[in-house]
Ligand binder design. Structure first.
Ligand code: ME8
Length: 515
């Protein structure tokens, strides 16, 4: 049965550090989907939050000489501020130190244990605190200082301690069957293939508790152990719905999740461990996990040691909020790796936003203000070509929607940019400024066609650039009902005679400040 609910989640971010553009990227992508689905009439739940337990956070707190809870409180607040800064429309913000989450994680543990999938043993092997992940000896390479390095580049350390284990090995067959029967479970396909071959390579039981530090959720019934931070963290997707109370309206409406959006670094946790934990607890599995690519900065890996991580705040202050969101969704095919460069950002802003979309809106709205008394031209007689152009405009909205539904954000925005280019070419050919004297009726028809282009473009821009698009829609005096995706066609055309607001530029050109 299909329903009208849509649940999308970001990863919950570690509080050992401040937000950078990688975090903002994932969150903006989820926000675009959430806004898009709402505009299509869905009842959306969009969740983000912070991952606050574990050895990495405990270590960072120790080196900053503060209590882990104090570090978590301060840095979680920065991620909460990110939601305002990036204009995220999240419905909830979960912290793993909240009682609602602790209760959910312990309840999930109990279900897995009651079903016979957890046993006590002892772990001896390699662990990376940076990745909060266990590694096999065979996965490691020798590091420069005689140390061992994980495939991610993180250092590992030898760990020996009593530990509870999850019988992950028993889920190899069920996981492979699930991937087989649900081809959309992991995306994009390259990641799906990687995960299938990883699981086919054999799964070992997973250590899911630690005893050599204490910053975590106590294991129910054995409080010397804290839960492995990934088991704790993954449960957030359920805690925010009211789990373990499965009669809660949110749980009923939104589980299983429609989409866990993640970066490619954490796909294994979401497509191997998480579904296996859920199978063990006899809970439904999320419908899809999608892994996007990795950003580098001016061609370099972002890293603490290079000190090159970019704070989202800096981008928003310099380039503007919607401009930053546009760049993130536009610059790189979603799923691929991408590079942030100032030059790329400035090019996008000037060529696509200022010169193309902004220019179209500004010159059309100014002409309407000057020549049509600031009103939508009335009873215009469009010619066959005009009708054909608008017909094509209304119909090609479908390809925009298909692209967003498959997370091809840059392709969806191609459609919008192409509309704006088409409309700008139409202005140049029709030259309405000449028609003013020669054929005022024709000028009105041309301006009407252009206003329709702008209306459709502004509706389509809403998920990616909510503030700028609403400024344009405000200038066109479009009502809230007229902004949904059902208002894209003929039936919602602008009403002749409607009074428009005075035009105001929406996308200024970016100019480097003089040194
Ligand atoms: O992994 N490019 O948290 P985290 C693109 N707490 N995206 C990037 C990025 C980059 N250079 N750097 C980070 C964790 N990201 C766990 C998650 S979920 C139950 C627990 C984004 O703070 C990307 O989404 O290390 C990546 O998966 C996430 O931040 C990792 O954030």
């Amino acid at each position: 049965m299909t329903n009208n609910n849509f649940y999308v989640t970001t990863p919950i971010y570690y509080v050992n550090d401040r937000p950078h553009i990688g975090h903002a990227y994932t969150s903006v992508a989820c926000d675009v989907l959430a806004r898009y689905k709402r505009l299509c009439g869905y009842n959306v739940k969009f969740l983000t939050g912070t991952d606050e337990h574990g050895q990495k956070v405990e270590k960072s707190a120790a080196s900053a000489a503060v209590a882990p809870q104090a570090l978590a409180d301060a840095n979680s607040q920065h991620f909460r501020e990110l939601t305002g800064l990036m204009d995220l429309s999240n419905d909830d913000f979960i912290r793993t130190t909240e009682p609602r989450h602790v209760a959910a994680a312990q309840a999930l543990w109990k279900k897995m244990a009651d079903n016979g999938h957890i046993y006590l043993g002892s772990y001896s092997g390699w662990y990376s605190v940076r990745d909060e992940a266990y590694y096999q000896e065979s996965e490691l390479v020798a590091g420069p200082k005689g140390n061992k390095i994980a495939p991610t580049g993180a250092e590992v350390e030898w760990v020996e301690e009593p530990s509870y284990f999850f019988k992950l090995s028993a889920f190899e067959g069920p996981l492979l069957a699930h991937y087989e029967q649900n081809s959309g479970f992991i995306g994009p396909d390259t990641r799906r293939n990687e995960i299938i071959s990883f699981v086919k390579g054999g799964l070992k039981d997973l250590s899911i508790s630690r005893t050599t530090f204490s910053w975590g959720i106590p294991v129910p019934g054995d409080e010397k152990h804290v839960m492995y931070v990934w088991l704790d963290a993954l449960t957030n997707y359920l805690s925010a719905l009211g789990f373990p109370d499965t009669s809660k309206p949110d749980y009923k409406a939104f589980w299983p999740a429609d989409l866990h959006m993640v970066g490619k670094d954490i796909i294994r946790f979401h497509t191997v461990y998480w579904p296996a934990f859920l199978m063990a607890a006899q809970l439904p599995l999320p419908k899809r996990v999608f892994a996007h690519g990795w950003w580098t900065i001016e061609g370099e890996k972002m890293s603490k040691s290079l000190g090159n991580a970019i704070a989202p705040q800096a981008l928003v202050e310099e380039f503007g909020l919607d401009q930053t969101r546009w760049f993130m969704m536009r610059e790189v095919p979603f799923g691929n790796d991408g590079n942030f460069s100032r030059e790329g950002m400035i090019n996008r802003i000037n060529s696509e936003l200022a010169n193309n979309i902004g220019n179209l809106a500004q010159r059309t709205l100014s002409m309407v203000a000057k020549n049509c008394d600031g009103k939508v031209p009335g009873k215009v007689a469009m010619n066959a070509q005009d009708e054909a152009a608008l017909d094509k405009l209304y119909k090609s909205v479908k390809s925009y929607m298909e692209s967003i539904d498959s997370y091809k954000f840059n392709q969806a925005l191609d459609v919008v940019v192409a509309f704006a280019s088409e409309a700008n070419a139409y202005i140049d050919v029709q030259a309405p400024w000449k028609l003013k004297k020669e054929d005022p009726k024709r000028m009105e028809a041309v301006l009407f066609v252009l206003l329709e282009y702008i209306r459709v473009i502004a509706i389509l821009l809403q998920p990616v650039m909510p503030k700028s698009s609403s400024k344009i829609l405000d200038q066109l005096c479009i009502t809230p009902e007229g902004r949904g995706f059902s208002a894209l066609g003929y039936s919602a055309r602008l009403s002749p005679g409607a009074v428009l607001l005075a035009p105001e530029p929406v996308f200024p050109r970016f100019m480097e400040k003089a040194a």
